[in-house]
Design a protein around this ligand. Structure first.
Ligand SMILES: Cc1cc2nc3c(=O)[nH]c(=O)nc-3n(C[C@H](O)[C@H](O)[C@H](O)COP(=O)(O)OP(=O)(O)OC[C@H]3O[C@@H](n4cnc5c(N)ncnc54)[C@H](O)[C@@H]3O)c2cc1C
Ligand SMILES: NC(=O)c1ccc[n+]([C@@H]2O[C@H](COP(=O)([O-])OP(=O)(O)OC[C@H]3O[C@@H](n4cnc5c(N)ncnc54)[C@H](OP(=O)(O)O)[C@@H]3O)[C@@H](O)[C@H]2O)c1
Length: 451
């Protein structure tokens, strides 16, 4: 059994001198786990790291964001697992900062705290109709198909024949791909079984992906874009007039995107069951409907000389029954932790927030960047932390395990998480689907690890 799975002996308060540096990392996404790894690797003195996570499961968006059909990217979880199994690292699932523990609890139990809680809510469009039933944040839709316990597997039915996806970033590309693929293509993935059945019953025929600027400004990356052109179940269409890009000195990725989109504008539809229209220079101005979404009103755009998006007064309406808003994620403030409502991040200097408090990942720098970006980001935070705490006397007053027990909070241990994983593998086998299928909801997960 890896040493990281052991229960750690409580350290009595006010121990000093030769004891390990104790750090609490809040959040077990890539940023939190890379932080734990960097602490182990960079520290010249012994360290003990507790990774506190509100869910019973580790890996953050690697588990509940990365698209289920991107299995090679998901396999990064194998690397993160090895960090959780280091003898200096302990996983405590089902513990929420702000509900089960406070910042002051943590500061009296650890030498330092690193916040790495990511960005879990959607950015708003701020247009009329945004809250109509059928107008859905990509955060919720992604959570749904990824089996996040915050979203019920029965939450969405794909009963509209036309759907609009607003935004041309990589999350929008993921959402479009999941809508366009058949249930058979997704059967071997880990999507919860009820979600798969709802995808099987999907009535979606046309998907409109909407960019408010041009192909040269799209945020998706070339590899992810190309995948849309290889969909077996959907024809991909781009209007030639929207694929036109004026000359400019664009980076290689952008040149690649422009070329792919231009080549799609010359494609002849092959009569596939679904159709993806990738549109540019259109901004959403209103989501239409009475009791639910019945259409999306768009305005053609251009850029001002300063580069701002400006409406031209020319409108068009798409007859969609669902609007998926994929315009970015954002962080939420943590109780008693500084937060800038302007940048929607925790203000910091090279990761330092205040004395003994640090931040890493999307909460530190905003919701951009791939998984690997969080590694160098976490390394910077850890360098700051170790420099600040060098030679520090340890004067801790509280033992977190005792405190949690007093509050009736029983953390999900690493072994219990492994039991959840094993139950997911059993379910995948029993359903004849694949390596694993996610269990539906928190209760099912807890039943699997605490029979
Ligand atoms: C839909 C989507 C798909 C993506 N796909 C890819 C991809 O294919 N490839 C790629 O390289 N990058 C991808 N990314 C980007 C990548 O996922 C992020 O860069 C990365 O996950 C950010 O790491 P993080 O640790 O800061 O946040 P997260 O991964 O969000 O981790 C934060 C963790 O903190 C926990 N938490 C939150 N609040 C609390 C609290 N109060 N107390 C305790 N715990 C808490 C959360 O449950 C979560 O586990 C994707 C992002 C999204 C949104
Ligand atoms: N496979 C992968 O590697 C992968 C997969 C998923 C996510 N990720 C990463 O995760 C991060 C987040 O991705 P994301 O797609 O959520 O965000 P993103 O890359 O920032 O894209 C957001 C999109 O929404 C648009 N948008 C924002 N506000 C809008 C508004 N009011 N009206 C219309 N459109 C609006 C943006 O257009 P403007 O540019 O005009 O603002 C942009 O096209 C990115 O770094 C991404 O690369 C990676």
């Amino acid at each position: 059994m890896p040493a990281g799975r052991r229960a750690r002996a409580a350290r009595s308060p006010s121990q000093g001198g030769d004891v390990a540096l104790r750090v609490a990392v809040i959040g077990s996404g890539p940023a939190g786990i890379y932080t734990a790894e960097a602490l182990v690797k960079q520290s010249s003195e012994p360290v003990e790291i507790d990774v506190l996570e509100r869910l019973p499961t580790p890996y953050g968006l690697v588990r509940y964001g990365v698209a289920p059909d991107h299995t090679s990217i998901k396999s990064i979880a194998g690397y993160l697992r090895r960090v959780l199994e280091l003898p200096q690292v302990r996983f405590l699932g089902g513990v929420t900062l702000g509900a089960d523990v406070s910042v002051s609890d943590l500061l009296s139990a650890y030498d330092a705290v690193v916040y790495a809680t990511g960005a879990m809510v959607d950015r708003r469009l701020g247009i009329p109709g945004e809250d109509l039933p059928g107008s859905v944040a990509a955060t919720d839709f992604v959570n749904w198909y990824c089996g996040h316990p915050d979203v019920d597997a029965g939450r969405f039915s794909l009963d509209s024949s036309e759907v609009a996806v607003i935004g041309v970033g990589n999350v929008a590309v993921d959402v479009v791909r999941i809508l366009a693929k058949t249930a058979a293509e997704l059967s071997a993935t880990d999507v919860p079984h009820e979600v798969l059945e709802r995808l099987r019953a999907s009535q979606v025929k046309a998907i409109h992906m909407i960019g408010r600027r041009g192909p040269e400004h799209a945020k998706f990356t070339l590899k992810e874009l190309r995948e849309l052109g290889e969909l077996a179940n959907a024809d991909v269409c781009v209007r030639p007039e929207e694929a036109v890009v004026l000359g400019g000195d664009y980076p290689r990725q952008v040149r690649g995107n422009i070329e792919v989109l231009r080549s799609w504008s010359e494609r002849v539809p092959q009569g596939r069951p679904r159709r993806l229209d990738v549109r540019f220079w259109l901004r959403p101005v209103e989501i239409l409907g009475g009791d639910r979404v019945e259409g999306l009103r768009l305005e053609r755009t251009r850029l001002t000389p300063e580069g701002r998006v400006q409406g031209t007064g020319e409108f068009e309406t798409l007859p969609v029954g669902m609007v998926l808003r994929s315009v970015g994620y954002q962080s939420v403030p943590l109780a008693d932790v500084p937060f800038s409502m302007e940048t929607m991040t925790v203000p910091n200097e090279a990761g330092r927030v205040r004395e003994r408090e640090y931040v890493a990942g999307w909460l530190k720098r905003g919701p951009t960047g791939v998984i690997g970006t969080n590694k160098s980001d976490a390394a910077e935070t850890v360098r700051t932390l170790l420099a600040d705490l060098a030679g520090r006397e340890h004067e801790l007053k509280t033992d977190l395990d005792t405190l949690l027990a007093e509050r009736g909070v029983r953390p999900v241990t690493y072994e219990e998480w492994l039991a959840i994983e094993a139950a997911e593998a059993d379910l995948g086998g029993a359903l004849g689907r694949g390596e694993r299928v996610k269990l539906p909801g928190l209760e099912a997960m807890l039943r699997a690890c605490r029979p």
